[in-house]
Design a protein around this ligand. Structure first.
Ligand SMILES: Nc1ncnc2c1ncn2[C@@H]1O[C@H](COP(=O)(O)OP(=O)(O)OP(=O)(O)O)[C@@H](O)[C@H]1O
Ligand SMILES: [Mg+2]
Length: 582
């Protein structure tokens, strides 16, 4: 029972499709009872023939046989429709629920789980569960019914013959039971090796540029080959074991028939049973072999589905770290962009990366964050759309605690351009209008001009309709960044966050973009992270971060006067620029 427990979670889906299940079960019962009594018709026909019946009666029996067979096939057809259909519908729901769940997960979740594993859940585990609740349930019920009905009919015909001829059958059953554990363990290993193999392939495909640049093709091929070899090895082991089990079953089933023909034949000669009964007996014995063989398969299927369901449940049980709580004030439906941090701290697990961060930025003002790599700049701005939550301290937006603002509202008003640009394999226009599906074309053009990508797009074959990514053209680093900025601008956010989003753009273009951003929406609060002083010097407030703390703050003028780290960086960058221009 413990094995089945993870599958109990499917209860809500079963309840949803209870009608299908009800009719499926009824059809299973009727079709299998009919199937089991077919030999009985055969028996009557043969016995009657022995007694010399008229030809019309034989035709009648034949017609009866055909009718029962046709009805049985019809019932089986509808049974499959109901049960397999139900399983497919549950698979559909489960996959949708899983995808929905993944969408709720916070950033942290995706750093903790391998993409290959998350994919394997959708492509391997969910179908395995569906297979069990469809085919598994259908065969299990069918087998039970055939087993009960056939065995009863056999015993009523001749108890002793039934018991003796079933001895090798019981041995076959034992073989199935004994080998099951081995099959299940091997299968689990195969599943996990398959997950490793898919993860490897997936990382190789997405990391192809690095692999080529470091001339690691041969190494990668070798390590893939090793993983693949392990996978092959386990599969061969499974195939060998299967071969042995199948052959021994064949021998045991054969033995049953030898016993039946020997003892049954004797019984016919001695007139203890009729010839018709003997024939029926032979057919019934054949009918019983499938339930015995498939019993192991079904148990295996259920175990696999249960292991799959455990994996699915494990992910589905993870609560989104960041979501609306009871303290959320649903009456807030707008934010203007006044941001205040009070003694905020950030930690990943136990690693403290930001401490004691306090600042305030009024609506329409620009905050700039500068500082060495790894100083915590990205971590700081991730707090604003609540991609992560603060470990300590308080963040207020328009005076509301950030946790009291519904996530939807908060994020709808923020335009966020992350440090690593991501574009979907769609057209450029679709990428820019992501999340704003009914955006007008003029609007897309306007933001593309603002981020100066418009001119680049005109040189592409299909301009705004050019496909990008895996199936289309590849944009340059700077073009990608500007496309991502256009995407953020399109939603006309009240808070715009650029995380080093112009790093791949030359200083001249950067200046141009920042200037136009400055004038186009005076009420927009802007947060700009950069490594270049040139991009932050116009900001109203500049924070210099180092080792997770604000070490200098002010505007360009006051920071220069301070002659600290900021001023030092400025001199250094000026010198570099001067050298470049030489
Ligand atoms: N998801 C994460 N899990 C654990 N540690 C993290 C995570 N993200 C960042 N860190 C760590 O937090 C520290 C600050 O990282 P952060 O990305 O905020 O730096 P940054 O100032 O943006 O650097 P850069 O200028 O290189 O972008 C680093 O030491 C980094 O290793
Ligand atoms: Mg960063």
């Amino acid at each position: 029972m413990k094995t089945f427990r993870p599958l109990f979670r499917l209860k809500k889906y079963f309840i949803r499709y209870k009608r299908d299940i009800f009719w499926g079960i009824i059809l299973v019962i009727f079709s299998n009872v009919l199937y089991s009594i077919l030999p009985k018709i055969l028996q009557y026909t043969i016995d009657q023939m022995e007694n010399g019946i008229p030809i019309e009666k034989i035709v009648l029996f034949a017609a009866l046989f055909v009718t029962v067979t046709v009805i049985h096939s019809g019932l089986r057809f509808f049974m499959r429709q109901k049960l397999i259909g139900m399983a497919r519908k549950i698979e559909y729901q489960l996959r949708n629920d899983y995808f929905h769940h993944l969408q709720q997960m916070s950033l942290n979740f995706f750093t903790k789980h391998r993409t290959g594993d998350l994919m394997a859940l959708a492509t391997n585990d969910i179908p395995s569960v569906s297979m069990t609740i469809g085919r598994g349930l259908m065969f299990l019920l069918s087998n039970i019914i055939v087993f009960i009905v056939v065995l009863t009919l056999m015993m009523r015909t001749n108890l002793a013959l039934t018991l003796i001829s079933l001895i090798p059958f019981s041995l076959a059953f034992l073989v199935v039971l004994k080998s099951m554990k081995f099959f299940i363990r091997t299968f689990e290993r195969i599943q996990s090796q398959f997950a490793d193999l898919s993860s490897k392939a997936q990382e190789n495909i997405s990391g192809v540029r690095v692999i080529k640049a470091y001339v690691q093709e041969e190494n990668e091929i070798e390590s893939f080959r090793q993983l693949n070899r392990k996978y092959l090895h386990e599969n061969l082991k499974l195939a060998l074991a299967r071969g042995v089990v199948w052959s021994s079953m064949d021998v045991l089933f054969g033995l049953s028939f030898v016993i039946l023909i020997w003892l049954g034949g004797l019984a016919v000669i001695r007139d203890q049973i009729t010839l018709g009964e003997f024939v029926a007996f032979t057919v019934w014995l054949g009918m019983l072999s499938w339930p015995v063989i498939s019993f192991g398969w079904i148990i295996n299927l259920v175990q696999r589905a249960s292991a799959s369901m455990t994996r699915i449940n494990r992910v589905m049980d993870i609560e989104p770290e960041i979501q609306d709580t009871e303290s959320c004030d649903q009456s807030i439906c707008h934010i203007s962009g006044h941001i205040q941090f009070i003694n905020v701290a950030v930690a990943y697990e136990d690693l403290m990366v930001l401490e004691n961060i306090s600042f305030e930025i009024a609506i329409g003002k620009t905050l700039a964050i500068i500082g060495p790599t790894g100083s915590g700049k990205t971590s700081l701005i991730r707090l604003i759309p609540r991609l992560i939550d603060a470990k300590a301290g308080q963040i207020l937006i328009d005076g509301h605690d950030i946790r009291s603002i519904p996530l939807q509202v908060l994020r709808r008003h923020i335009g966020f351009v992350p440090q690593e640009t991501f574009l979907f394999s769609e057209t450029i226009a679709e990428n820019i209008s992501f999340g704003e599906n009914d955006a007008k074309f003029e609007e897309i053009g306007r933001v593309a001009r603002l981020s100066t990508i418009h001119e680049d797009l005109l040189t592409f074959p299909d301009q705004y309709q050019t496909l990008i990514g895996e199936r289309g053209v590849n944009l340059s680093g700077g073009q990608k960044q500007r496309a991502a900025i256009s995407r953020a601008l399109l939603r006309q956010p009240n808070i715009l966050i650029l995380d080093d989003a112009l790093s791949a753009v030359d200083t001249y273009t950067e200046e141009k973009i920042l200037n136009s951003l400055r004038v186009q929406n005076p009420n927009q609060t802007k947060i700009i992270i950069s490594h270049r002083i040139s991009s932050v010097k116009h900001a109203d407030l500049i924070l210099f971060l180092k080792n997770g703390a604000v070490v200098e703050r002010g505007n360009h003028r006051t920071l220069m006067a301070e002659k600290g780290l900021y001023a030092e960086l400025y001199q250094q960058q000026r010198l570099e620029q001067a050298l470049d221009e030489l």
